[in-house]
Write a protein that binds this ligand. Structure first.
Ligand SMILES: [Zn+2]
Length: 75
């Protein structure tokens, strides 16, 4: 998966989770709460599984730079 796509997916999933948590508590809906939790877990999984350097395949962590902190190549 391309790094741009991974970033977009992470943003969408975490935004959805952030949006669904207050909605779930407002509507007192367990189903929506589980959906929010699922989005949160999925975004963490995508982050850990796919947010890697395309050159050295090392985990990028919280890096938002355009250069890999491990091999110094452009992302
Ligand atoms: Zn690298």
């Amino acid at each position: 998966m391309k790094l741009g796509r991974v970033r977009l997916l992470m943003v969408v999933l975490s935004a959805l989770a952030l949006l669904l948590f207050p909605v779930a508590s407002m509507l007192k809906s367990e189903l929506i709460m589980y959906g929010a939790l699922l989005c949160f877990v999925l975004s963490a999984l995508v982050w850990y599984g796919f947010f890697r350097c395309p050159h050295c395949h090392k985990f990028l962590g919280q890096s938002t730079k355009t250069v890999c902190p491990h091999c110094k190549k452009r992302l």
